[in-house]
Each structure stands twice: as structure tokens, then as C-alpha cells.
Design a protein around this ligand. Structure first.
Ligand SMILES: Cc1cc2nc3c(=O)[nH]c(=O)nc-3n(C[C@H](O)[C@H](O)[C@H](O)COP(=O)(O)OP(=O)(O)OC[C@H]3O[C@@H](n4cnc5c(N)ncnc54)[C@H](O)[C@@H]3O)c2cc1C
Ligand SMILES: NC(=O)c1ccc[n+]([C@@H]2O[C@H](COP(=O)([O-])OP(=O)(O)OC[C@H]3O[C@@H](n4cnc5c(N)ncnc54)[C@H](OP(=O)(O)O)[C@@H]3O)[C@@H](O)[C@H]2O)c1
Length: 425
């Protein structure tokens, strides 16, 4: 009997999981709560799973953001839009006949390991619950959908939203906007809202590296890849110097300097932030000390009045279909080997549960190939997996600042190399 495998999610990670399992002749059922393939890249006017904005373009270039088994169309630009990406994922699903294996509008509510080897999966479809049994479980539910909201002293009288709920920027027309954070969402929201808002302020609690999308006419990640063979410290120093030549220092824009070398936090890729600040359309602020009606008091003692605050403060890793006492990766270390294999449960895989300095799904594709080969009996996991997890956690690719978002970081190239090494065995 071929094995029957459950995949949670038909986003970029789930579809490559399904494709590679099917390639090995395994039985696959994919459940997705949405109605199309593409996960976060399926732009949706309404609040739901997807977090992309109407203006989102990918931040890694197309050559480093494609599945090895399915190149991006040559007509796509260097940095495709969310519409290009959604079509790319849907074309992938069509090309590899995945649609007939996907059940849309189906929520996975609960997953329970029974008799130590079988998964009992409870789904909800059309308001009705059903239970199904599987030989293995693949978790690819994404990690950028559950907002992390900051808490402050005092209260705010205006709108206080998270970037997850920002869809179109017309909602900021003529508003006094305060954006919190220095990540990719924060910079996009600040720049895009500044085109229509009355004013935009941006609050950073520390300094961040801002990397442009192009260096010497090449996509920044392509430029960086050429230097990747260098020892880490030298790569960091040369990259920092080239960024200095391009942008100068953060302080030239009224922003704090980064606390550590490049890679010490998830990189913020933005071509327009510095430009927009120097055109007087975004006003940098320090961290928030207190809220008071429509007023915000900052840690440097200055104040501002706002109609809307947008917390671009990232996402919490969440697996709501597991009992918290069983699996809870919402904070702290995530003890999985190659960011995918559980130390004790052999028929449970996490695909895409890593944050690369680069694109996610080429790594998800390689993880999926390892998983599929293991389930097909063509590859065997090492017996010292607990020790390997320990080593992975104590030797991260980058030593990062200790903030909640930095628990699953990998270096795109090094991570791929580690996965490819397993595949060559
Ligand atoms: C604004 C924004 C821009 C981004 N830009 C980039 C970028 O440029 N490059 C990059 O690499 N990454 C980017 N990301 C990260 C993004 O999460 C990944 O690109 C990618 O979508 C991850 O794919 P995934 O399949 O792992 O997860 P997701 O895309 O989140 O897909 C998960 C799927 O699982 C389904 N699902 C979840 N829970 C359940 C459940 N309980 N039952 C059934 N179905 C479920 C969802 O409906 C969804 O279809 C961005 C994220 C955001 C928010
Ligand atoms: N393609 C695109 O254009 C695009 C757009 C948006 C997002 N993305 C991707 O989507 C993912 C999520 O990005 P994101 O920007 O939403 O989240 P993120 O990377 O987690 O960034 C969150 C930001 O908020 C700050 N922050 C968190 N809690 C805070 C608090 N309590 N007070 C003040 N600041 C706080 C963080 O700083 P600390 O480090 O100090 O905590 C960080 O600057 C990333 O992978 C990103 O690359 C891509």
C-alpha cells in the first residue's frame, strides 16, 4: 500500500512538498483554508491568511527565487510583483498536476499522533468536521500570518492596526500616520503611505541595515552572491563598505546605526526609504514610551499626534492545530534538524519553517526532496539527530540580535548547501 501523507497548506512550501512526494509515488492530500494556490502571495482585499500589500514585489531577485524544477518565465522582471508570484505558483501547481490533490476551503483544526505512528487529522469543510488518518504529516502553514502586536503604556484614540491588515494604501489618504518597525513591512508601509498621507513618521527602537535592491546595476543578492565565497567577516566588511558608498550612514537620514554587522538582523531590502526621508516625506522617530489619546510620546521626550498607528512588528510562529504542550515554537529556539525534522517523531516534517537571508521556497523545495526520499525509503536520517539539532542551534549561520523574530534564521546559500549535501547521499 502506498503511504498516505497529509500536507497542511498549498503555499509555496506546501506545493513543492506535494510535488516531490508525488514524484516518489506517494499518496498525498493537501488541505488549504484558502481558495487558491500561493499562500501569502494570493493578494486578498479582506483580512485573512495573506499578508502582501497591493504594491508588494519580492525582495530577492528572480534568479535566486525560483524552484530548481521550475524556472521563472524569462519575461518576468528582476523583482516580480505579487501578481507574478501568485501566477508562478499556480502555474507550478498546474504543470505538476497538483490541483487534484488539493482540498481548498478546508481548515486543519487538529492533528494528533496516535499509536505512535499514525496521524489523526481533524478538518473543517463547509462547516462540518471530518477526521482522516495519515502515515505522515507535513506542516507548511507559513510563519508570516499571525501578527505580533506591541504593547505600550497608556491608550491610543485613533486606529491601531498591524501591517497584516494593510491591503491598499488609499486608507491612509490625508491621515497622520505612525509606522512602527524597521523591517521590510515597515519600510514598504512608510514609503507607500507617504504618497497619499498628510504626514508619515517612522519609529525605530534600534538601528537596522537598509540594503538597496540594486548594486552596480545588479540585483543586490546577485551582487552579494559573487562575494559569498569570502570568509564571513570579510564578506560583512566589504558589503558594509559598499553600502556605505551607496547610502552613507543611517545617521545622515536621522536614523540610528545598526547595532551589529550585516546579517545580525533580518535584512531590510528597500530602495526608497532613504530617498523618501530626504524628500521630507517620512520623519524618523525613536521608540515609543507612551500613548496618550491621539498623542504618542517617544523615548527622546518628543511627541506627535496621529490618526493611525501601523505596527509593522512582525509575526508569531503558530501551529494552532497542535496542542501547545506537544509543539509550541512561538518563542525561543526551534529544535528541528535542518529546520524540518523533529528529534523524536519520524513521520512529522516542517517545510518552510526557516527565515533565510534570501528566498524561502528554493530551500523548501530541497527540504521536500529529502523528506520525499526518506518516506520512499531512499534516504535514511542519521541516528544522532538530537546531537545534530544541538549543533545546529549552537552554530547558527549568523549571530543575531536577540529579538523575537530571530529564532529560525539561516543563510540562503549555506542552508541550501547543507540540504544538497544530504541529497547527494
Ligand atoms: C508582505 C510580505 C512579503 C513577503 N515577501 C517575501 C519575499 O520577498 N521573499 C520571500 O522569500 N518571502 C517573503 N515573504 C514571506 C512569505 O511568507 C514567503 O514568501 C512564502 O509565502 C512562504 O511560503 P509558505 O508556503 O511557507 O507559507 P504561506 O505562503 O504562508 O502559505 C501557507 C499556506 O497554508 C495555509 N494554511 C495555514 N494554516 C492552515 C490550516 N490550519 N489549515 C489549512 N490551511 C492552512 C494557508 O492558507 C496558506 O495557503 C513575505 C511575507 C510577507 C508578509
Ligand atoms: N517582499 C517584500 O517587499 C516584503 C515586504 C514585507 C515583508 N516581507 C517579509 O515578510 C517577513 C516579515 O517581515 P516584517 O517586516 O513584517 O516583520 P519583521 O521582519 O519581523 O520585522 C519587524 C520589525 O518590527 C520591530 N519590532 C518588533 N517588535 C517591536 C516592538 N515591540 N517595538 C518596536 N519595534 C518592534 C523589529 O525590530 P527588532 O528586530 O528590534 O525586534 C523589526 O524592525 C520577512 O520575511 C520579510 O522579509 C517582505
Amino acid at each position: 500500500m502506498p503511504q498516505k501523507i497529509c500536507v497542511i497548506g498549498a503555499g509555496p512550501s506546501g506545493i513543492t512538498a506535494a510535488k516531490n512526494l508525488l514524484d516518489e509515488g506517494l499518496g498525498v492530500v493537501v488541505y488549504d483554508l484558502g481558495s487558491e494556490v500561493g499562500g501569502n502571495w494570493v493578494f486578498n482585499e479582506k483580512a485573512g491568511h495573506s499578508s502582501v500589500f497591493e504594491t508588494t514585489h519580492i525582495i530577492s531577485s528572480k534568479t535566486l527565487s525560483e524552484y530548481a524544477d521550475f524556472p521563472m518565465p524569462s519575461t518576468y522582471p528582476d523583482y516580480p510583483s505579487h501578481k507574478h508570484l501568485a501566477k508562478y505558483f499556480q502555474d507550478y501547481a498546474a504543470q505538476f498536476n497538483l490541483y487534484k490533490h488539493i482540498q481548498f476551503n478546508t481548515l486543519v483544526k487538529n492533528c494528533e499522533l496516535i499509536n505512535d505512528h499514525q496521524w489523526k487529522v481533524t478538518i473543517e469543510k463547509n462547516g462540518k468536521e471530518e477526521q482522516h488518518f495519515f502515515d505522515a504529516l507535513v506542516v507548511s502553514n507559513g510563519h508570516h500570518w499571525l501578527p505580533r502586536m506591541p504593547k505600550y503604556k497608556g491608550s491610543f484614540n485613533g486606529e491601531f492596526i498591524h501591517s497584516h491588515d494593510v491591503k491598499r494604501f488609499s486608507r491612509f489618504t490625508n491621515k497622520r500616520v505612525l509606522v512602527i518597525g524597521g523591517g521590510n513591512s515597515a519600510c514598504d508601509v512608510a514609503v507607500e503611505s507617504s504618497r497619499v498621507a498628510q504626514s508619515v513618521d517612522m519609529s525605530w527602537r534600534r538601528g537596522y541595515w537598509i540594503v538597496p535592491k540594486f548594486m552596480m546595476g545588479k540585483p543586490a543578492d546577485v551582487f552579494s552572491t559573487k562575494l559569498h565565497w569570502l570568509p564571513r567577516r570579510i564578506w560583512q566588511t566589504i558589503s558594509a563598505f559598499s553600502l556605505y558608498l551607496r547610502n552613507g550612514k543611517n545617521t545622515a537620514y536621522g536614523l540610528p546605526e545598526p547595532e551589529g554587522p550585516l546579517g545580525s538582523h533580518h535584512p531590510t531590502i528597500n530602495e526608497d526609504l532613504f530617498f523618501t526621508i530626504r524628500h521630507g516625506k517620512i520623519n524618523p522617530r525613536t521608540d515609543i514610551a507612551e500613548l496618550n489619546g491621539n498623542e504618542v510620546i517617544f523615548t527622546d521626550g518628543t511627541k506627535g499626534e496621529y490618526d493611525i498607528i501601523v505596527a509593522c512588528t512582525g509575526y508569531i510562529i503558530s501551529h494552532p492545530f497542535f496542542e501547545k504542550s506537544f509543539i509550541d515554537y512561538s518563542e525561543g529556539e526551534v529544535p528541528l534538524w535542518l529546520k524540518m525534522m523533529h528529534p523524536e517523531i519520524n513521520n512529522l516534517y516542517f517545510i518552510g519553517l526557516f527565515q533565510p537571508l534570501g528566498c524561502i521556497w528554493p530551500g523548501s523545495e530541497l527540504q521536500s526532496k529529502i523528506m520525499a526520499r526518506e518516506l520512499a525509503g531512499k534516504w535514511k536520517r542519521p541516528s544522532n539527530i538530537k546531537q545534530l539539532i544541538k549543533e545546529e542551534l549552537t552554530n547558527p549561520d549568523f549571530k543575531q540580535i536577540n529579538t523575537p523574530r530571530h529564532t529560525i534564521t539561516v543563510d540562503f546559500h549555506r542552508f541550501k548547501k547543507r540540504l544538497l549535501k544530504q541529497l547527494s547521499k
